[in-house]
Design a protein around this ligand. Structure first.
Ligand SMILES: [Cu+2]
Length: 533
């Protein structure tokens, strides 16, 4: 809260060294991939209008990238950090300088590797942007606290992935072994056989958050996990939601808050209870998983809210869980509960597209994810590089509105050559829920449903008055959503399921937007050079 919201625009420099370490966030020793030797990664904090210079040094044996989740990167699409889309990954032993300004946005964001499933292994961190406008909501709280939630595996994702994509495995994702709050949790070592091969130390700890009585705390919740949705609650304390992703919303008070991976919520907690300790609960929603992973996974992930600055574990009579039922579906907070504080009406659409999302058994009995009939494979030459080359050459196939034929068949790309307002109906034919994230934009959620299909007879009468806008939403099992964007931000932008396994199975499409601006682009030489190894 000491942060100067009104500081003049400045350049802020961060260094992120990506390395491999052995660590035991929950007592189980494993290899982690981390930023600056720490898990979770360091806070990146800036004001709107600032320039960020983030020098990423890759000491891994594999390539890497860093994506700045929720940032618009307007005019700097090549800084979006998406392997195969906006850049070639940073080779082992090399550095790359991410260099961009923070325009027209502030709030709660995060950053993570966008190369294969790497972020599951620890390459995550919080990113907060402030602005003078924040002063008007700061009057509603005394302290500002970031809380990272994530599911956790006891094995490197690269060692789990082959089993997931193996012949005969029908999209049964690896189920997390634990959940973490602020990068830590207990783990019951006795749930592993002594001959399991895991080194388990019985000294792990739960996170604890020290509070003072009769204060208001803004908890910025970020789910940095790779698969599991949490339902977050604090015993004896209500949660007043004021931000979803980076959109400030009219305050809405809940007992439990579902937060799927890559989503962010800010909630206000008023410490107006008896001065003792209370449980913070982040229940890992096992209904999102193919099985319960018993006895390893304890989905009741806990941390302490302590008025007494102690590790005292409160009695059930002191710290009382809400009787509000746990949501047994893997679903977002009902979108009608979320009303943006800064009203913005959705413009009228120029075009509407539809995609069907499915998992299908492919050759060799391998189950892959499809957008219509395309399963994504990242290209060696990023689609951004290909599009710029094609536009420079006046190759007309790069300039047709709609589904692009200019790229290899592994790429599902909708081209929007000039500024238009685009609707996309995402229709899931799959039995699982999928948290979809759009890069470079916030989309309006025009309509969504948990079953059936969108009724096009309602299309002309969709509510356009200040619909919720965010960058990550869950498409329910067999559900659908109609999202709208004003396609004004030029570049190649991924729209993908954030579940690390599903993206690797191919659940990623792209928009190619504003050719009229892109054709003037030349990739910065250091970005282009990444493709030369
Ligand atoms: Cu998914």
């Amino acid at each position: 809260m000491n942060w100067d919201l009104n500081a003049p625009p400045t350049t802020r420099v961060y260094n992120l060294t990506v390395s491999e370490i052995q660590a035991a966030p929950d007592g189980v020793v494993r290899t982690l991939l981390v930023f600056n030797g720490q898990f979770p990664g360091p806070l990146i904090e800036a004001n709107r209008g600032d320039r960020l210079l983030i020098n990423v040094t890759n000491t891994l044996q594999n390539a890497t990238t860093v994506h700045w989740h929720g940032l618009y990167q307007n005019g700097t699409n090549w800084m979006d950090g998406t392997s195969g889309v906006t850049q070639c990954p940073i080779p082992p032993g090399k550095s790359f300088l991410y260099n961009f300004t923070l325009e027209n946005q502030y709030g709660t964001y995060w950053y993570h590797s966008h190369f294969q499933t790497q972020y599951s292994d620890g390459l995550v961190g919080p990113l907060i942007i402030h602005a003078p406008d924040e002063a008007s909501i700061r009057v509603g709280y005394d302290f500002d606290q970031i809380i990272l939630l994530s599911d956790w595996y006891h094995d490197l994702s690269a060692s789990l992935l082959p089993g997931y994509l193996a012949s005969g495995n029908e999209n049964l994702e690896p189920v997390p072994d634990n959940g973490l709050i602020q990068g830590t949790n207990y783990f019951n070592c006795s749930s592993y056989d002594p001959d399991s091969g895991y080194i388990c130390q019985d000294n792990s700890t739960q996170a604890s958050f020290v509070v003072s009585q009769n204060k208001r705390y803004r908890f910025r919740l970020i789910n940095t996990g790779s698969f599991g949705e949490f339902q977050f609650s604090v015993d004896n304390h209500t949660l007043t939601v004021i931000e979803a992703d980076s959109t400030l919303v009219e305050p809405v008070t809940v007992h439990r808050l579902p937060i799927h991976i890559a989503q962010r919520y800010s909630v206000i907690i008023h410490t107006n209870q008896t001065a003792t300790n209370y449980w913070i609960r982040a229940w890992l929603n096992t209904f999102c998983f193919g099985d319960d992973n018993l006895p390893v996974l304890n989905p009741n992930v806990l941390a302490l809210l302590t008025y007494t600055n102690t590790t005292y574990e409160p009695l059930d009579t002191e710290s009382v869980d809400w009787t509000t039922a746990l949501e047994l579906q893997c679903q977002d907070l009902n979108v009608t509960e979320l009303v943006p504080l800064v009203a913005e009406d959705a413009p009228s659409p120029d075009q509407a597209f539809r995609i069907d999302v499915s998992f299908q058994i492919h050759d060799y009995a391998i189950d892959l994810a499809y957008i219509n009939s395309t399963t994504w494979v990242p290209l060696t030459v990023p689609t951004l590089n290909q599009a710029i080359t094609g536009l420079h050459a006046d190759n007309a196939t790069f300039n047709n509105l709609g589904l692009s034929t200019a790229f290899p068949s592994s790429q599902f790309i909708i081209t929007v050559p000039e500024l238009q307002v685009i609707d996309l109906l995402i229709n899931s034919l799959d039995e699982g829920a999928h948290p979809f994230h759009l890069h470079g934009y916030q989309f309006w959620i025009m309509a969504d449903g948990s079953s059936g299909d969108f009724d096009w007879s309602t299309y002309e009468s969709l509510n356009i008055t200040n619909p919720m806008r965010r960058d990550t939403m869950t498409i329910d099992a067999y559900g659908w959503a109609m999202i709208r964007i004003r396609a004004d931000n030029p570049g190649l932008w991924a729209l993908h399921c954030h579940i690390a396994w599903h993206m690797e199975a191919g659940l990623l499409m792209q928009f190619q937007i504003r050719n009229d601006l892109m054709k003037e682009w030349t990739l910065p030489s250091d970005v282009a050079a990444l493709c030369n190894g």
